[in-house]
Design a binder for this molecule. Structure first.
Ligand code: TRP
Length: 354
């Protein structure tokens, strides 16, 4: 029950992973999501957000889901849920997601999506649910004394998130691969059990889109996470950014190098500057050379503040209009509901429920 690994799915990864870049953008529908638990940080940005905007700009149809029900899988209280949801939308828009092209919505606002959970649950065994390594890991990190039923069945709920709109590509991190495998299993079993009269399948088998996303470490050298206080938020001010980076852990060697294996903290900072400057980390390290940690941190702070300045300015403008954020969610839910209603009707029809 300690560390989640994707090792259990490696046997099928070639089948599970989609190639990048995408050849025919118009032939795909992408769905991805986040839990509304706090502001997005630079790790999210360079890990996934950046990639989503790129996919959107390539003309791929995008669905971006705010997983508000998921929040109550591992905590008793969904604290400030509406505020976190709106702020997530704010981060999305600031980062460049365009609500005219991407459908942004909260899954709790789409009843038919949630109803898909019922037939889907009948397709997986309790033993399969209890083997899921991501669930095991999330349980290990959960603040709850007992595992609740929603946590246990969560991967199936996530299958509904993905399949309601028949998404075929799901950009996720390594840790989510077991969940994606569940969605694929659900799709395959549903299609086998309930084909259309002409034999055609209701659902595609969604594939993961793993970007070569850099793993950014937090300023303490651990996993970057808002709750650990070691992350720079997308919407942080320039002063906050400087303060957090000034406090970052480094090491005693004066000469700066890029050596993730042996110098994870220093290399993490070099990588962050490199991503912001769109240059090789080795070059950045070379330039700082004997300048030591102080020079490194100055470079990182300037690079981050410069790169994110336009995004932060846009974010500040958007933040002033909460009504607009709610409207984006409202419009997104309307589109998602129309699609979910049609999928549920199709599901009920092939099941003979009408
Ligand atoms: N489980 C994902 C996470 O914890 C968030 C999520 C919810 C998601 N539904 C999704 C991701 C559907 C991809 C597709 O980060």
């Amino acid at each position: 029950m300690t560390t989640a690994t994707a090792t259990t799915v490696t046997a099928t990864t070639s089948d599970l992973l989609a190639p990048e870049p995408i050849d025919d953008p118009a032939a795909h529908r992408v769905l991805t999501g986040d839990r509304p638990t706090g502001p997005l940080h630079l790790g999210h940005y360079f890990g996934t957000l950046h990639n989503r905007v790129r996919l959107q700009d390539q003309g791929v149809e995008m669905f971006v889901l705010v997983a508000d029900y998921q929040v109550i899988t591992d905590r008793d209280l969904a604290d400030r849920l509406a505020e976190h949801t709106e702020n997530l939308v704010l981060d999305y828009l600031a980062a460049g997601l365009d609500p005219e092209r991407a459908t942004i919505f909260a899954h709790s606002a789409v009843p038919a999506l949630n109803q898909l959970l019922l037939p889907f649950l009948s397709l997986v065994s309790v033993a399969e649910l209890s083997r899921n390594p991501t669930v095991k890991d999330e349980i290990a990190h959960s603040s709850q004394a007992a595992v609740n039923g929603l946590m246990f069945t969560y991967p199936v709920h996530q299958a509904a998130d993905i399949l309601f709109c028949k998404a075929d590509l799901v950009p996720v991190g390594q840790d989510q691969l077991p969940h994606l495998e569940v969605a694929r299993t659900v799709a395959r079993r549903f299609n086998e059990r309930y084909p259309h009269a002409d034999g055609s399948a209701v659902f595609p088998r969604p594939r993961a889109l793993l970007s070569e996303a850099p793993m950014l470490l937090g300023t303490d050298g651990g996993k970057m996470s808002k709750s650990r206080g070691n992350a720079v938020a997308l919407g942080a001010t320039e002063d906050e950014t400087a303060r957090i980076i000034r406090g970052a852990k480094t090491d005693t060697e004066r000469r700066i190098s890029y050596d993730p294996e042996n110098r994870p903290e220093v290399s993490g900072l070099v990588l962050l500057a490199a991503l912001c400057q769109d240059r090789a980390p080795e070059t950045i390290a070379e330039e700082i050379g004997d300048g030591g940690a102080a020079a490194l941190k100055r470079t990182v702070t300037e690079s981050v503040n410069e790169y994110f300045r336009p995004m932060r300015a846009r974010r500040a403008d958007l933040a002033a209009d909460r009504g607009h954020l709610r409207q984006v969610l409202h419009d997104g839910a309307e589109r998602a509901n129309a699609i979910a209603d049609a999928t549920l009707a199709e599901v009920r029809q092939v099941m003979g429920a009408i």
